[in-house]
Design a protein around this ligand. Structure first.
Ligand code: NBP
Length: 476
C-alpha cells in the first residue's frame, strides 16, 4: 500500500501541513526540492505518523496511491508552475494536484484549465492559519471541479480546524474560487489589523494609556463582541516587554509595516470589479505610508494640533467609544469583503455560498472571530443579502455605535492622529445611507466636459445638456 496523499514543499506551511495529515492517521509522502528539509522533517517529527520521505520527484510520485493526491506547498508564482511542470509527465489522468499556497486566482484559473486539458484535476486551495494553523487545524478553502474535491474531502475536512463539530473546510466553487476567497480573507485581515492598530494609537495618544493598560483594555474587549484571535494576540503583544531594554515591545519595533501582496491583490481586483473596499484599501495604503521613511521624515516638522491627552475619567469613556468605533468599522470591512466575493462570484460564475465562507473562517484562520457566527447566520437567513448592513442585527449594532464612531473619528482629527480605517469605514456607512449623493453633480460635470450624458430622477432615458450652446436639454 502506498501513501494516500503527498506534500511537496516542506517550508513552514508544507512541513506543518504534512505533520497534521500524518497525525490524523493518513499515510503521507513528503518531498522538497532541497533534500535537507525532508530529512529534517523525518528526523524531528518522523515518529508522529506514517511518512514516506522521497528524495526525487519521481520517488515521490511513485510512493502515491491512485488517484494520486499531491499537495503543492511552495512559494506562490513561478515555483508553483515549476513544480507542476516537473509533476505532470509523471502523473496519470484523474490524478489531483492541490495548490495550497497563496496563488493569484488568475494563475489558478490558467493552471486549472491547462491541466484539465490533460485530464488532470487541479484544486486551487486557500490555507489560512500560518504555522500553527497548518499544524493544528487550518481554515481550508478549496476551489476546483467537484470530482477533484470529492476524493480529497475526507482528508481536508479531517485536518481542518473544527468549530462546533463543523470542519472549517468547504468546497468554495470552481477554478479560482478558493484562492479568490483566500485572497479576500487576507484583505479583510489587513483591514482588521489596521483597525486594531488605529484603536491602539487612539488609546495611547488620545486617552493617554500606556501599552500595558491598552493590553488590559484589549483583553476585556476580547470577552465581548470583538472576541477574536487578532484582538487576543494584540493584547499579548502589547503586554510583552522587550528583554534587552525592558521597554514595551511595541516601542522597540520599527514602525514600517511590510506586506507580501495578497492585500494589494484584493484591492486591485476590487477595482477591476468596481467594488468599494475602501477599508481594505486604506489598510494596504497605511502599510505603504509607514514604509516611506524618507517622505515621512521630510514631513516630520509640519504643523499639527498641540499634543494633549484626555483626563482619566474622559479617557475611560473614550476607550468605550473606541470599542464601538472598532466594532462598527469591522462590520464595514467585512461588508466590503463579502461584497467583493459576491461580485467576483457573479463575474466568474462561481455561485459562492457566503454563509459557508463565514462558517469556515470561524476557526483555524487569522480572522477567526465570534462575530463570524453572526455573519454566517445573516447569510443563512438570506443568501442573497445585499450587504451585512441589510441584516437587522448588524444594522442595529452599527446604528447604536454610530455616535461613538463619529466622536472617535472627530477626536482623531482633532488630535492629529491618522485613523484612515475608521474614517473610510464611517464615510462608506454615511455614503450608503445617504438619501442623495453628490454623484449627481459628478454626472453633471462629466456631461459638461465630456458629453457623457446623465439620467434623470423624474423620467427614463439618457440626456445631455448643450453646455456650449443654449443649455437646452436633448435626449441622448
Ligand atoms: P515559502 O513561500 O517560503 O516557499 C518556500 C518553499 O518553496 C520551499 O519548500 C522551497 O524549496 C520551495 N520552492 C521555491 Br522558493 N522555488 C521552488 C522551485 N522552483 N521548485 C520547487 N520548490 C521551490 O514557504 P511557506 O512560507 O511555507 O509558504 C508556502 C505557501 O503557503 C506560499 O504560497 C505562502 O504564501 C502560503 N502561505 C504561507 C503562510 C505562512 O504563514 N508562512 C500562511 C498561509 C499561506 P527549497 O527548500 O528547496 O528552497
Amino acid at each position: 500500500m502506498g501513501s494516500e496523499i503527498g506534500v511537496t514543499g516542506l517550508a513552514v506551511m508544507g512541513q506543518n501541513l504534512a505533520r497534521n495529515i500524518a497525525r490524523h492517521g493518513f499515510q503521507v509522502a513528503v518531498h522538497n526540492r532541497s533534500e535537507s528539509r525532508t530529512k529534517q522533517l523525518i528526523e524531528r517529527y518522523g515518529d508522529e505518523g506514517e511518512f514516506t520521505p522521497a528524495t526525487t520527484i519521481e520517488e515521490f510520485v511513485a510512493a502515491l496511491d491512485r488517484p494520486r493526491r499531491v499537495v503543492i506547498m511552495v512559494k506562490a508564482g513561478g515555483p508553483v508552475d515549476a513544480v507542476i511542470d516537473e509533476l505532470v509527465p509523471l502523473l496519470d489522468k484523474g490524478d489531483i494536484l492541490i495548490d495550497g499556497g497563496n496563488s493569484h486566482f488568475e494563475d489558478t484559473r490558467r493552471r486549472e484549465s491547462a491541466l484539465a486539458e490533460r485530464g488532470l484535476h487541479f484544486l486551487g486551495t486557500g490555507v489560512s492559519g500560518g504555522e500553527e494553523g497548518a499544524l493544528l487545524g487550518p481554515s481550508i478553502m478549496p476551489g476546483g471541479p467537484d470530482d477533484a474535491y470529492e476524493p480529497v474531502a475526507p482528508i481536508l475536512t479531517t485536518i481542518a480546524a473544527q468549530v462546533d463539530g463543523t470542519p472549517c473546510c468547504a468546497h468554495i466553487g470552481p477554478d479560482g474560487a478558493g484562492h479568490y476567497v483566500k485572497m479576500a480573507h487576507n484583505g479583510i485581515e489587513y483591514a482588521d489589523m489596521q483597525l486594531i492598530a488605529e484603536a491602539y494609537d487612539l488609546l495611547r495618544n488620545v486617552a493617554g494609556y500606556e501599552p500595558a493598560q491598552i493590553a488590559e483594555t484589549f483583553h476585556s474587549w476580547n470577552k465581548g463582541r470583538l472576541d477574536s484571535y487578532l484582538i487576543e494576540i494584540t493584547a499579548e503583544i502589547l503586554a510583552h516587554k522587550d528583554a534587552a531594554t525592558g521597554k514595551p515591545f511595541v516601542d522597540v519595533v520599527a514602525d514600517a509595516a511590510e506586506q507580501k501582496g495578497t492585500g494589494r491583490w484584493t484591492v486591485q481586483t476590487a477595482l477591476d470589479l468596481g467594488v468599494p473596499v475602501s477599508g481594505i484599501a486604506e489598510a494596504v495604503f497605511a502599510r505603504a505610508v509607514s514604509g516611506h521613511g524618507e517622505l515621512r521624515r521630510s514631513a516630520a516638522g509640519l504643523p499639527g494640533p498641540h499634543p494633549s491627552v484626555l483626563d482619566p475619567r474622559d479617557a475611560a469613556r473614550f476607550a468605550d467609544q473606541v470599542e464601538q468605533a472598532l466594532y462598527a468599522s469591522k462590520v464595514i470591512s467585512y461588508t466590503q469583503g463579502f461584497h467583493q466575493i459576491q461580485a467576483a462570484g457573479a463575474e466568474f460564475g462561481w455561485d459562492i455560498d457566503l454563509g459557508a465562507v463565514a462558517a469556515l473562517w470561524r476557526g483555524g484562520c487569522i480572522i477567526r472571530a465570534a462575530f463570524l457566527d453572526d455573519i454566517r447566520a445573516a447569510y443563512a437567513a438570506d443568501p442573497a443579502l445585499p450587504g451585512l448592513l441589510a441584516d437587522q442585527r448588524f444594522a442595529t449594532g452599527v446604528g447604536e455605535a454610530q455616535h461613538a464612531w463619529r466622536t472617535v473619528v472627530a477626536s482623531a482629527a482633532r488630535h492629529g492622529i491618522a485613523a484612515p480605517g475608521f474614517s473610510a469605514s464611517l464615510a462608506y456607512y454615511d455614503a450608503l445611507r445617504a438619501e442623495r449623493l453628490p454623484a449627481a453633480l459628478t454626472q453633471g460635470q462629466r456631461d459638461y466636459f465630456g458629453a457623457h450624458t446623465y439620467r434623470r430622477t423624474d423620467r427614463e432615458g439618457s440626456f445631455h445638456t448643450l453646455w456650449g450652446g443654449d443649455r437646452s436639454e436633448v435626449e441622448a
